[in-house]
Design a protein around this ligand. Structure first.
Ligand code: AP5
Length: 210
């Protein structure tokens, strides 16, 4: 199964991708996590991407398209995968089509900008594995420590309110048109964000017919 998760920054794509990959037994590909790891490791891609990410801008399409081509060719993607945070522009979506990749479903998580602005102040992420938590809604078992790998939980640089506002503007301008792109192909399923992570997962699984 090949699935795309669309949604604004902070909509809960990463949180849901983590749950769905266990449920569907396929890997998640998060370009945000791949880029953050590249920055941490000081790779050429990381050095190119860093300034864009800090400013809440999109990383150029060529870089993203190369990352995705390489990642989907890996052995663990043979039975399918979940794309989290990609495609993010029409050019990226067209590149995936050109590569002959056929998706089964595109889920768009719908949530207001106001809810996102409130949420982002409480988000903490594992600096090692990238898992997302929330101080109130999704707390770790031990404060400041990742349940999965024991890594340290930190606030992301791009979660500053001014940067989040900019990321939302970029989302509405560059990424939201993808809803129409995939609706025209009969693939789009819109799911309203729910007050809890579990309820949102249920709504997504229902939309996927599971
Ligand atoms: P990326 O890492 O992809 O960030 P994003 O899309 O902006 O999304 P986030 O990771 O911020 O949020 P999310 O939707 O995963 O929400 P989460 O599950 O954490 O990208 C970062 C940057 O990299 C971009 O700005 C860009 O520069 C670059 N980039 C990446 N991909 C790119 C691409 N394809 N093209 C170009 N540039 C690219 O949840 C948010 C919070 O809410 C958490 O605290 C969570 O615990 C909580 N939460 C989740 N669900 C619920 C719920 N139902 N109820 C209550 N709380 C909840």
């Amino acid at each position: 199964m090949k699935l795309i998760l669309l949604g604004a920054p902070g909509a809960g794509k990463g949180t849901q991708a983590d749950i769905l990959c266990k449920e569907l037994n396929i890997p998640t590909i998060s370009t945000g996590n791949i880029l953050r790891a590249a920055i941490k490791n000081g790779t050429p891609v990381g050095m190119q991407a860093e300034a864009y990410m800090k400013a809440g801008k999109l990383v150029p399409d060529e870089i993203i398209i190369d990352i995705i081509h390489d990642r989907v060719a890996e052995a663990d993607c043979a039975e399918g995968y979940i794309l989290d945070g990609v495609p993010r522009t029409i050019a990226q979506a067209e590149a995936l089509e050109k590569a002959g990749i056929v998706f089964d479903d595109v889920i768009s998580i719908e949530i207001s900008d106001e809810t996102i602005m409130e949420r982002m102040t409480g988000r903490r992420v594992c600096e090692h594995c990238g898992t997302s938590y929330h101080l109130v809604a999704v707390p770790p078992k031990t404060p400041g420590v990742c349940d999965k790998c024991g890594g340290k939980l930190v606030q992301r640089h791009d979660d500053e309110p001014e940067t989040v506002k900019h990321r939302l503007e970029v989302y509405h301008k560059e990424t939201e048109p993808l809803k129409d792109f995939y609706a025209k192909r009969g693939l789009l399923k819109s799911v309203e964000n729910q007050p809890t992570v579990a309820a949102t997962s249920q709504a997504i699984l229902h939309a996927l017919g599971r």
